[in-house]
Design a protein around this ligand. Structure first.
Ligand code: ZN
Length: 322
C-alpha cells in the first residue's frame, strides 16, 4: 500500500514538473513570437498599392478644388482610417491664375516609440491632385495616382513598424500648375504647408522631407535629383544598392517639384521621381492622355517601397549627427 502511494505521489510530482516545463516552453515560444513580430521588418505590399492607384484612377480627374479631388481625399482618408491611422485636413485658399481655389492637404501621423515621441519628425509626402486639361481626360495614374497610392500603402506598412522618430505622411494638394509651370503657379500645397510651419515656428520640428512623385512608370528609372540634400539622396541610393534595385541609377538631373519649397525654408529634402515617362510605343505619357493604368506597374511601386523601408533607419537617424 505504502509503496503504491509513494509511487503515485512520485507520478504526480513528475507530471507537475512536466507541466511546469511545458508551461515554460509555451511561454518562451509565445515571447519569441512576440519578439519576432516586434522586430519583423515592415512589408510594403505593391498589390494593395496598385489597387489604391486603380481606385484613384477610377474617380477620374482629381484637379484641385473639384469634386474629383474631394473624392480622392475621401478615398485616401477611408483607407488610412481602416489601417488605424488618424487623418487631419489642412485646408487653405490658393490664389491661382484662375482665381481663388479651395485646396486641402491631408496629414497622417505615425508616432514614435518611447522617448522619441517629441523628436523632430520625418515627413514623407507626395501629391494627390491631377493636372487640369480641357482638351482630353487626364486621369494621372502615375502623376498624382502613384504618389497617393504609395503613401496609403506606406501608412499600412509603417503602422506595424517600430518607428524611431515620428513619421508624418503628407498628401499634398495643388502640386500641378493651373496653367504653365511658372512664377507661383505650382506646388500650392507644399508652399502653404511650409509657410504655415514657418509662421507657427515649427519648421525645426521637421527632420527631413522625402518626396515621391511619378514612381509608377512601368519602365522605372530614378535619377538623383540635383537640388536634393546629398546625405538624404545617398541614404536612399545606398539602400537601393544594398537591395540590388537597379531602378535607382547614378545619373543626376534637376527637377522642380514640391521638395523645393522645403529646401528654400532650410529643411533638408529629397525628391524620388522619374519624369521620363513614355508608353511602350514611345508616346509621351507625362501630362498626356496616356498617363493610364497600362503604363504603370505594381513592381515599380514595390521597388520604391522596398528601398524606402530599407533606407528608413538612416533617414530616422538623419540630423542627429549634424
Ligand atoms: Zn504633373
Amino acid at each position: 500500500m505504502s509503496v503504491t502511494r509513494a509511487s503515485r505521489r512520485k507520478d504526480i510530482q513528475i507530471s507537475l514538473s512536466n507541466m511546469r516545463k511545458i508551461l515554460i516552453s509555451v511561454v518562451t515560444i509565445l515571447l519569441c513570437a512576440a519578439c519576432l513580430q516586434a522586430v519583423a521588418p515592415a512589408k510594403f505590399d505593391s498589390n494593395r498599392a496598385y489597387e489604391d492607384m486603380r481606385q484613384l484612377v477610377a474617380i477620374g480627374p482629381r484637379v484641385a478644388g473639384t469634386p474629383g479631388a474631394q473624392a480622392a481625399r475621401a478615398y485616401i482618408t477611408k483607407q488610412l482610417q481602416a489601417a488605424g491611422l488618424k487623418v487631419e485636413e489642412q485646408p487653405f485658399d490658393a490664389t491661382t491664375p484662375l482665381g481663388r481655389v479651395k485646396m486641402v492637404n491631408l496629414r497622417a501621423m505615425l508616432p514614435a516609440t518611447g522617448a522619441a515621441q517629441s523628436a523632430p519628425r520625418l515627413v514623407i509626402g507626395g501629391h494627390y491632385d491631377t493636372k487640369l486639361f480641357r482638351e482630353f481626360t487626364f486621369v494621372g495614374a502615375n502623376d498624382g495616382g502613384s504618389s497617393a497610392a504609395f503613401l496609403i500603402e506606406l501608412g499600412r506598412a509603417l503602422k506595424s513598424r517600430v518607428n524611431r522618430v515620428p513619421i508624418e505622411l503628407l498628401f499634398l494638394d495643388g502640386e500641378e500648375a493651373v496653367g504653365e509651370w511658372q512664377g507661383t503657379d505650382h506646388t500650392y500645397g507644399s508652399r502653404y504647408y511650409v509657410e504655415a510651419a514657418r509662421k507657427a515656428g515649427t519648421l525645426k520640428d521637421i527632420r527631413a522631407f522625402v518626396l515621391v512623385d511619378m514612381i509608377g512608370d512601368r519602365d522605372l528609372v530614378i535619377k538623383r535629383e540635383a537640388s536634393s540634400t546629398k546625405a538624404l539622396t545617398n541614404a536612399i541610393w545606398d539602400a537601393a544598392q544594398r537591395l540590388g534595385r537597379r531602378e535607382f541609377v547614378n545619373e543626376t538631373t534637376p527637377i522642380e517639384d514640391d521638395h523645393l519649397e522645403f529646401l528654400e525654408a532650410g529643411v533638408p529634402a529629397v525628391d524620388i521621381i522619374d519624369l521620363e515617362y513614355a508608353t511602350r510605343t514611345g508616346e509621351v505619357a507625362w501630362h498626356s492622355k496616356y498617363d493610364t493604368l497600362e503604363n504603370v506597374a505594381a513592381g515599380s511601386l514595390q521597388a520604391v517601397g522596398d528601398v524606402l523601408l530599407a533606407a528608413l533607419p538612416a533617414l530616422e537617424a538623419f540630423g542627429t549627427r549634424r
